[in-house]
Design a protein around this ligand. Structure first.
Ligand code: BDR
Ligand code: CA
Length: 311
């Protein structure tokens, strides 16, 4: 089994990613770390604990992380249209019985990577603030981590938070740049591939037909998310599976095609702050720092995702 730490800003698609990871027999979840992003970090933590409880996985340690970007003030606006005020499509639920562990998210990441050198895959599906804080605390983790899979960025396609910037990178661009320049082995699962994936209304109906406590919850929460997609992208009938695709890449890297690139985050542009920019010049002699996903077998991934969550 593949040891992972999942870093989330739970959010609907983060919740789907957690469910997918917990139900996958290929992954050993050492813990989940939480960050601000789709919602404030306290909500992300509460949501994460609740989703784990629903999955019967309340024993998975949860470490609460950063409440704001590392180097600039928080933008204080959350994507309510997609995730709802509470991050889980406004579904009401009681306070989870489990509490977060006493270590911070960054310290938790450092501890796990030191404990299992070259064995831990970090799957980061929120702003990269926790990971940047971990690298600042213990720079050696960049060479001790097995792999970092990041859901974030948009290299050859439009942004979703700003015209060029994807939401996770835009939420803390300096943190993302610090991570990308850290020398760690990074795979970027950006909008280039995640926007090719889709969870459809028929899939939601399959969950409703199964009628278990978990699949009813997944269907209700994801219906809200799809509503947001309909408003934002008139031509879509379902929603993209951003964060679950990052989990899928840990389970089966053959689902994506990657290209090593020299990648930077724009930290100064008026219109492009937070944009992920690749140096694609043939004469560029810099060493590639990120493996960027440029293709995905969306159908095979979606089938595996549904199959895993219908078990
Ligand atoms: C990313 O932004 C968040 O809203 C989603 O959870 C996902 O991680 C997509 O750009
Ligand atoms: Ca997310």
């Amino acid at each position: 089994m593949h040891r992972i730490v999942l870093d989330v800003d739970t959010g609907v698609d983060d919740a789907l990613a957690i469910a997918y990871a917990v139900r996958s027999s290929a992954l050993d979840i050492l813990g989940i770390t939480t960050c601000f992003g789709n919602v404030p970090v306290e909500h992300a933590t509460r949501n994460t604990l609740h989703v784990l409880e629903r999955l019967g996985a309340a024993g998975v340690p949860v470490a609460m992380g950063e409440a704001a970007p590392l180097f600039h003030p928080s933008m204080k606006s959350y994507p309510v249209q997609f995730h709802g005020e509470n991050g889980l499509g406004n579904l009401a639920f009681p306070d989870p019985a489990a509490k977060p562990v006493s270590t911070s998210a960054a310290a938790f990441m450092v501890d796990q990577i030191r404990r299992y050198p070259k064995q831990v895959t970090l799957i980061c599906v929120g702003p990269l603030t926790n990971l940047a804080a971990a690298i600042l605390q213990a720079p050696e983790i960049s060479s001790l981590v097995r792999q970092i899979i990041v859901m974030g960025g948009a290299v050859g396609v439009a942004g979703n938070r700003r015209m060029h910037a994807e939401a996770n990178v835009y939420s803390d661009p300096e943190a993302a740049q610090l991570v990308f320049q850290s020398g760690a082995p990074i795979t970027l699962v950006g909008l280039d591939v995640t926007m090719q994936t889709e969870l459809s209304l028929e899939d939601i109906q399959r969950w409703r037909d199964l009628d278990s406590d978990l699949t009813r919850f997944l269907a209700d929460m994801t219906s809200y998310y799809i509503g947001g997609y309909r408003e934002a992208y008139g031509d879509r009938t379902g929603c993209a599976l951003h964060d679950p695709l990052a989990v899928a890449v840990a389970i089966d890297p053959t689902l994506v095609e990657v290209q090593p690139m020299v990648l930077q985050v724009d930290l100064e542009g008026i219109h492009s702050y937070g944009r992920t920019i690749a140096d694609l010049r043939p004469r560029c002699t810099d060493q590639p720092n990120v493996n960027v996903c440029i293709g995905v077998d969306a159908k095979r991934f979606q089938e595996h995702f549904m199959e895993t969550l219908m078990k």
